[in-house]
Design a protein around this ligand. Structure first.
Ligand code: ZN
Ligand code: ZN
Length: 59
């Protein structure tokens, strides 16, 4: 499914797809604002989080 936020352009700063261009449940990490900080536990430094990881981080 193409990302509706950036219309599939895959913008790196796109909060919905985090540069993937396709919205398949991977979103920009909110803990480090998608910067992918090395010490960020939420995204493991990737700047992206899947839905499962997102749910886990709330537990
Ligand atoms: Zn997008
Ligand atoms: Zn992060």
């Amino acid at each position: 499914m193409r990302c509706t936020e950036c219309d599939g352009a895959g913008l790196v700063r796109c909060p919905e797809c985090s540069g993937e261009g396709i919205d398949y449940g991977i979103h920009k990490c909110e803990e480090c604002a998608g910067e992918g900080e090395f010490a960020c536990h939420t995204c493991d430094g990737t700047g992206k989080v899947g839905l499962i990881e997102k749910v886990k981080s709330r537990l």
